[in-house]
Design a binder for this molecule. Structure first.
Ligand code: MG
Length: 489
């Protein structure tokens, strides 16, 4: 039997948690099906089923006898894993007991309507169609912050939902260092803004074969892992032996599908390398959104866009995509690493990307405190884009309306993207010589090291504690600045 959980109260908690896990397991799979294979009209009844399962698991989480067990365990002498279980469950209990059901329902209804309104607003490039919904979402987010409680800044309560323990003070310190450094790198770097390969078309079949070949070469075991297609690429971990990613074949500019496969593959590897003895427990999960994103960005950027990786994978790419015969490995390297300040975040290169997040972070923070009005947002957005990237959106669709996040009520989520990039660069720094093995298409050493430093613990530790334990410090922007300077200057 597993020796990880010895305390009898913890064992009782985990026994009861299995029901919650099973409900979530089912709804995760149902959600994956929505994004991949469900016929479109199935959505109406599927949404009801998912909502009902979520109500059920909420009922189990907030059951007074379950809460009493968690409180009892808190007073006992526990090992790190057991303490992790208590910590994660207490966060869930807090959210589900402090936010009244009526507010939760209002959020669900508002965000569903807002997402529909946002789609129309973006299509028509008309912010006023979305404005009243966003005002409501900001108001509800404020209420959530008040109910959860916070120190110093209401935004801290929301940041903590996505990145435990991360605060406005942390974010301000990071962005105040990152933004001027990035501006200087953007101005001085010499990578071309375009590559002819961006306009080359490809067939889905050969591209799919290439991606499978590359993922197999990187060691993904297709008995525990699979790749499907969905409109927006994502990763889902259903357990230690069932992790799935999705990609999207657009038929042009193959680096988009290649790097989203490597990106999602990084998320998947985290899930695949969680310690199996934590399965079906609350800590069988990533440490945070930022730490999870660091694993995808590490493989996508630090490894995938590096010269050794590009050179070593070149024969595999060429084998499947015949048009690459006309291009050298260094053409490919340039194609994968062009730099250009652009309007759309999801298309941004690794040099300009965090400027997009800085814009959103500043605006979210000011909206939440009411220092700026939602009605002024489009103009402020355009001004910030000008200030940070020197470019100006010509309409709201390519400006303030481009991202779905706000319509879904995800206020406080954007900064985790930058944390992902910061931590990816930290990981790259501390991986040191292990990165050299990539040139020989050897990934086992790197993967074992990642498992040891990050993956195996799941959510045993909060993200700052995990980073300090594994690397001796928490989110430090210097590594990213150094990495980008070395690569691009
Ligand atoms: Mg990601």
């Amino acid at each position: 039997m597993h020796m990880v959980f010895e305390n009898p109260t913890i064992r009782e908690i985990l026994d009861r948690y299995k029901q919650i896990w099973a409900l979530r397991h089912a709804s995760a799979l149902m959600d994956w099906d929505v994004q991949t294979y469900m016929p479109p009209q199935g959505i109406e009844h599927r949404s009801i089923a998912i909502a009902q399962l979520s109500l059920l698991s909420q009922k189990f989480i907030t059951d007074p006898s379950f809460i009493a067990l968690v409180e009892k365990a808190e007073g006992a002498e526990l090992n790190d894993y057991e303490r992790g279980v208590v910590r994660v469950l207490k966060r869930e209990i807090k959210y589900n007991t402090k936010i009244p059901p009526k507010l939760l329902e209002e959020i669900t209804v508002t965000t569903q309507e807002a997402t529909v309104a946002w789609r129309e607003a973006r299509e028509k490039s008309n912010f006023s169609l979305f404005r009243p919904r966003l005002e409501k979402i900001i108001e509800l987010s404020r209420q959530v912050a008040e109910k959860l409680g916070y120190e110093k800044h209401p935004y801290n309560a929301l940041l903590d939902l996505y990145e435990e323990g991360f605060t406005v003070a942390d974010a301000d310190a990071i962005f105040s260092k990152l933004v001027p450094s990035l501006r200087s790198i953007i101005n001085r770097q010499k990578m071309p803004p375009h590559s002819p390969l961006e306009d080359v078309k490809y067939e889905r079949g050969p591209a799919e074969a290439m991606i499978n070949d590359i993922l197999r070469t990187m060691g993904y075991d297709f008995n525990r892992f699979r790749v499907d297609v969905s409109p927006h690429p994502f990763t889902i971990g259903l357990g230690p032996r069932d992790v799935r990613i999705t990609v999207r074949y657009e038929g042009i500019d193959f680096k988009r599908v290649l790097f989203s496969a490597i990106h999602e593959g990084g998320h998947a590897l985290y899930e695949l390398q969680l310690d199996e003895s934590l399965a079906m427990t609350p800590i069988f999960d990533g440490a945070s959104m930022g730490i999870h994103e660091s694993q995808s960005r590490f493989w996508e950027n630090i490894v995938g866009r590096s010269k050794p990786f590009v050179e070593a994978m070149y024969p595999i790419m060429k084998k499947h995509l015949g048009f690459l015969n006309a291009y050298s490995p260094s053409d490919l390297y340039i194609y994968f690493n062009t730099v250009k300040p652009s309007l759309i975040r999801v298309d941004a290169d690794e040099v300009t990307y965090n400027m997009h997040i800085a814009v959103r972070y500043e605006l979210e923070k000011l909206m939440l405190t009411g220092e700026i009005k939602v009605s002024d947002l489009p103009e402020l957005w355009n001004r910030k884009m000008e200030e940070y990237l020197g470019i100006h959106p010509s309409n709201d669709a390519e400006g303030v309306l481009q991202d779905i996040h706000w319509s879904q009520g995800s206020i406080g989520y954007f900064p985790t993207y930058t944390l992902g990039n910061l931590v990816a660069a930290m990981v790259g720094h501390f991986a040191g010589k292990l990165l050299d093995e990539v040139a020989e298409l050897k990934f086992d050493g790197l993967k074992a090291w990642l498992r040891e430093k990050i993956h195996r613990y799941g959510a045993t530790y909060d993200p700052k504690t995990l980073l300090k334990k594994s690397f001796g410090e928490s989110y430090n922007p210097d590594y990213l600045i150094n990495y980008l300077s070395r690569k691009y200057l």
